[in-house]
Write a protein that binds this ligand. Structure first.
Ligand code: SAM
Length: 249
């Protein structure tokens, strides 16, 4: 997958993209990140990428000309592939979810535009972006951290990135539910033992326990997810018992 990121602060990406899974994904040729400094697409001697807002008011607004040029160059660099998403990071975009990460992971290439200051000129937003995404109902100083979060969530869904292609399958939200608790050695720590079933070697019983724990966690922490989750008759029966207080801790 090829990802172009347009930013005024390309150095912010050095750490997060040079460690762990994202580093390995790039080394193995599964992911290629193309950073474009928006300032490189300015033509005045001060490399001015922002200006004061028309009508007055606080802060600075990103100028449209460098953004148009930067998007054109980024798309060209990606081979001008048709239907390449150009995604604007904005707190006003559609809320980012695992389903959107899944959707984006199907594209071979995409472009992210990171806003900064008060955001960008509305003409650039309207003409350039094919999609706009928010990472939550709060306002950050720039789109850099949101784009890193989205790239991370998308990259780990690419075949081969996690090593074991199944490891994302049971993650929270992938199934519509939260993932249940996990344990590792030692089997007993500070007087607390791991559940016996996990040491039983009975794979069917472990699978059933994991499903029930996932249902329990979702019921306790994010009951809203149960409304749209794909539940079996056994899941519903377990939830009924849980609600009635008929399930042991
Ligand atoms: C200070 S914010 C601008 C907020 C804008 N004035 C508004 O009220 O909608 C600067 C930039 O940070 C990014 N940003 C801030 N919060 C974000 C969020 N929750 N999700 C995605 N991007 C965000 C956007 O790229 C935005 O253009």
């Amino acid at each position: 997958m090829d990802i172009a990121i347009l930013t005024l602060f390309p150095d912010m990406f050095t750490g997060p993209f040079s460690e762990s899974m994202l580093k390995r994904a790039q080394e193995r040729g599964l992911l290629s990140i193309h950073l474009h400094n928006i300032r490189d697409y300015t033509h005045d001697k001060h490399h001015t990428a922002d200006d004061t807002p028309f009508g007055g008011g606080q802060g600075m607004v990103m100028k449209p000309e460098p953004l148009f040029e930067a998007v054109k160059a980024a798309l060209s660099d990606l081979g001008d592939r048709p239907n390449t998403p150009v995604i604007l990071l904005t707190p006003q975009g559609r809320p980012f979810t695992q389903a959107i990460a899944q959707e984006l992971s199907q594209h071979p290439a995409m472009v992210f535009i990171c806003g900064h200051y008060e955001g960008m000129d509305a003409r650039a937003e309207e003409a350039l972006a094919t999609d706009s995404i928010s990472i939550g109902d709060y306002v950050l100083t720039g789109g850099e951290i949101p784009s890193m979060a989205i790239v991370d969530a998308v990259a780990r869904l690419l075949p081969g990135v996690l090593g074991d292609d199944m490891s994302a399958v049971d993650d929270s939200f992938a199934t519509g539910l939260l993932e249940g608790p996990t344990y590792t050695r030692p089997a007993e720590y500070r007087g607390e033992s791991v559940p016996d079933v996990l040491l039983s070697g009975d794979h069917a019983a472990v699978d059933r326990w994991r499903r029930e724990q996932s249902l329990r966690r979702t019921y306790e922490r994010r009951p809203d997810l149960l409304e749209s989750a794909n539940l079996t008759a056994a899941d519903r029966a377990y939830l009924e018992k849980l609600k009635a207080g008929e399930v042991e801790e």
